[in-house]
Ligand binder design. Structure first.
Ligand SMILES: [Ca+2]
Length: 400
């Protein structure tokens, strides 16, 4: 963990990455002082901390200023024979160079790190060595999407595991020099003229297992590394970091609340189809999934705010989103079979709703038996005709 000497500085890297993995980075920086400086939260006084925001839900943006860098010193305080690093990254165009590195001043090579390749996902750099990869993976890393990545290194066994978006992409032994990662080095994020964004950078003393990886990436968890924690070890002035939106796919928003994950699909379908699609959705995760049961204020608010906060999700639908609430035997019943709590949901109905307006269509009278989050009324509840096509919100349980 950090000692009192730990510090982080924002700096401008004067030397560009020159396009070859064998090249060194020169340690010349201009420190941007004052309000741009990243600091270790533990090294500043309480009064100073008032001006500081936490890094949780924030990204470092090396897209607008690719020569800026963040240096983190004294993170590693003992020899480490195994280590794991997890992070979120977004790279918008093919480019070659290091995303982050760990290097001691006395060493010729960096000890470990992550490098962006011109195709495929980023690859880890091995201990005191260079790339040991030849075949880029088929995954497209330059799709302007956020991806989650975890890398496990074990220098005793010479093992390397790579997870991207929860899938194990590599699990192999590596050759070359083995040995511990030694203290006294500096982690540098960015600073090599690569344009990318990064969030949730955490370092763990032990391997992260498949289940932990899945939890970190499901719901876009930021994580909390025991060697370096994105959430608790540092604080930052807001100039360099920005709010982050970690979505795996363009067309889906997702948000979590109380051990449930809600996925928001703008694809317009009728209620029964939405119900079926949500049911199928969980199969791939081996979970029971349904249309969203927003039967608590916090679940309702979480989902509604997620839609309101994302312009794409608003633009994506004409009228609203189906949720798992429909009329059975003249009562509103959630997908899980519980009755709608009238008191709980009183304020969540749009003004004048539910009004059960009837409509004559092809000689059939339809009443409003299905419930939507109504776009026109800021996604408050409205009963409407089930045959209409709308976006929909699914839910399935997550580990927490
Ligand atoms: Ca209505």
């Amino acid at each position: 963990m950090f000692d009192f000497k730990s510090f982080i500085v924002v700096c401008m890297c004067l030397v560009l990455w020159r396009g070859a993995a064998t090249e060194e980075f020169e340690d010349e920086y201009v420190v941007i002082g004052g309000n741009n400086m990243l600091v270790n939260k533990r090294s500043v006084s309480e009064s100073e901390q008032k001006e500081i925001v936490n890094l949780e839900d924030k990204q470092l943006d090396f897209a607008e200023n690719p020569s800026s860098a963040v240096e983190i010193s004294s993170v590693i305080s003992e020899d480490l024979y195994s280590i794991a690093v997890c992070l979120w990254f977004r790279i918008d165009q093919p480019q070659f160079g290091p995303i982050w590195t760990y290097k001691r001043p006395e060493d010729e090579f960096i000890q470990f790190g992550l490098i962006s390749l011109t195709s495929g996902p980023p690859k880890p750099l091995n201990f005191n060595s260079l790339l040991s990869y030849d075949q880029p993976s088929s995954m497209d890393a330059y799709d302007q999407q956020w991806h989650h990545m975890c890398v496990n290194w074990d220098y005793t066994a010479g093992l390397l595991q790579i997870y991207i978006d929860g899938n194990k992409l590599e699990d192999k032994t590596f050759g070359g020099q083995n040995g511990p990662i030694s203290p006294g080095g500096t982690i540098r994020l960015g600073g090599t003229d690569l344009t990318f964004q990064l969030s949730g950078f955490n370092i763990y003393k032990e391997f992260v297992n498949e289940r932990t990886v899945a939890t970190l990436m499901t719901c876009y968890g930021i994580g909390d590394g025991d060697v370096f924690s994105w959430v608790t070890d540092v604080a930052v002035f807001p100039d360099l970091v920005k709010p982050v939106e970690l979505f795996l796919e363009n067309e889906i928003g997702a948000v979590c609340s109380e051990c449930m994950k809600y996925e928001i699909f703008p694809t317009a379908v009728d209620y029964d189809t939405a119900r079926e699609m949500c049911g199928n959705r969980g199969v791939q995760f081996n979970k029971t999934s349904t249309l969203a049961v927003l039967d608590t204020i916090s679940a309702y608010r979480t989902v509604r705010r997620a839609i309101l906060a994302d312009e794409e999700l608003g633009r994506g639908v004409k009228t609203g989103y189906w949720i798992g609430l429909a009329v059975h035997n003249n009562s509103f019943v959630w997908e899980d079979g519980t009755l709608l709590d009238a008191d709980l949901c009183r304020k969540q109905w749009a003004s004048g709703q539910p009004n059960n307006k009837t409509k004559l269509k092809n000689g059939v009278v339809y009443s409003q038996d299905c419930v939507q989050l109504w776009k026109k009324k800021s996604y408050k509840l409205d009963d409407t005709w089930c045959y209409q096509t709308k976006g929909f919100i699914c839910q399935y349980p997550i580990n927490c």
